[in-house]
Design a protein around this ligand. Structure first.
Ligand code: HSE
Length: 337
């Protein structure tokens, strides 16, 4: 039985089996840290607790209607071609062959433009909800390309380093884009992530325009070594190797100036014992990895204090790596369907 079928309730009345198909499905998809220092557009991991809830409901129309219930910052578009939840839903409706209308209600758990995969969380949650609602029985991996269509809307580029962890959970590596080939690894149990969210937003599209079109071979060699070292460190729970590998010689230097106090926060995190610290996605959030929860809180406080000294408001949180990704929260049955 597929996960979505498990959500269909079968009841027995007067000896007749009635299968109630869902009319409405709500899915939570987590926030994520992408790039993870050295792995630009390739590496990412999902976070615990923070994310978007998306409810997809079959309605009486023939169109996709999007509503954002709380914007938490900049106004998000409700045009299905411009909101990141729209393209995945349109593609899955097409796949189902059903000429029906759906309403997509998005409840943001964190602001867009934060660097924590906001656009991906909405796209992933919408894709998983639609898959269950339409009984398409696609696996989480099969949903990847559908969710990815939403990310294209947000940044103008196809990058799956937020989509993959938000959907699958754990630490993900986009081995290739053509065809899409995602490797998922489970990081060490005691790996924690401190996140600081400075006030303000950065548009991924703009942040990508700051990146160099080509890089010297020496930088590629350094970056490749760090990527390999990070993966080996995660697989062998070698925290020292993880720390040595959390270095980005290509993307971080091109973007650091867009985040006020970046180097001060990074220095504070490292002095407080972080294994490494860098920009989360395209920022302005920063992440720092560490071993254990206690250390994580110390690092988060240190980064916050550093930012307070330059007068920028901030919030922080600590999280383990989320290993389950997007989850169906509720479904509302409708026996009439
Ligand atoms: N890898 C993407 C970038 C993530 O850094 O542009 C955007 O959130």
């Amino acid at each position: 039985m597929s996960p979505q079928q498990a959500f269909w309730r079968t009841s027995f009345a007067s000896g007749i089996t009635v299968t109630e198909k869902p009319r409405s499905v709500t899915v939570f998809a987590p926030a994520s840290v992408s790039n993870v220092a050295c792995g630009f557009d390739v590496m990412g991991f999902a976070l615990e607790g923070l994310g978007d809830d998306v409810t997809v409901t079959i309605d009486s129309g023939r169109a996709i209607t999007i509503a954002v219930l709380n914007h938490l910052g900049s106004m998000l578009p409700v045009d299905p071609q411009k909101n990141t939840a729209g393209p995945p839903v349109a593609a899955l409706l097409k796949r189902s062959g059903r000429n029906i209308g759906v309403t997509v209600n998005i409840r943001k758990g964190f602001a867009s433009g934060s660097g924590l995969g906001s656009s991906a969380a909405s796209a992933v949650a919408a894709a998983v909800a639609c898959n269950a609602l339409l009984d398409l029985e696609l696996s989480m991996r099969e949903l990847l390309p559908f969710a990815l269509e939403g990310e294209m809307v947000a940044s103008g580029a196809v990058h799956a380093d937020n989509i993959a962890p938000s959907l699958l959970g754990g630490f993900t590596i986009v081995r290739g884009y053509d065809p899409l080939d995602v490797v998922r690894i489970t990081p060490p149990d005691d790996l924690w992530c401190a996140v600081i969210l400075p006030a303000g937003t950065i548009e991924t599209r703009v942040s990508r325009s700051l990146l160099p079109a080509s890089v010297p071979l020496g930088q590629v060699v350094t970056q490749t070594g760090n990527i390999a070292g990070l993966v080996a460190g995660l697989l062998t729970a070698d925290y020292g190797l993880i720390g040595r590998s959390l270095q980005d010689v290509i993307v971080e230097p091109a973007r650091a100036h867009t985040i006020a106090g970046f180097y001060k926060m990074k220095q504070a995190a490292l002095e407080a014992g972080a294994l490494g610290c860098s920009i989360s996605g395209s920022g302005p959030a920063l992440f720092a990895l560490t071993r254990g929860e206690h250390s994580c809180h110390q690092i988060a406080n240190a980064m916050g204090n550093a930012l307070s000294r330059i007068g920028t408001p901030w919030s922080t949180f600590c999280s383990r790596v989320n290993t389950h990704g997007a989850v169906i929260k509720t479904e509302e049955p409708n026996a009439a369907l």
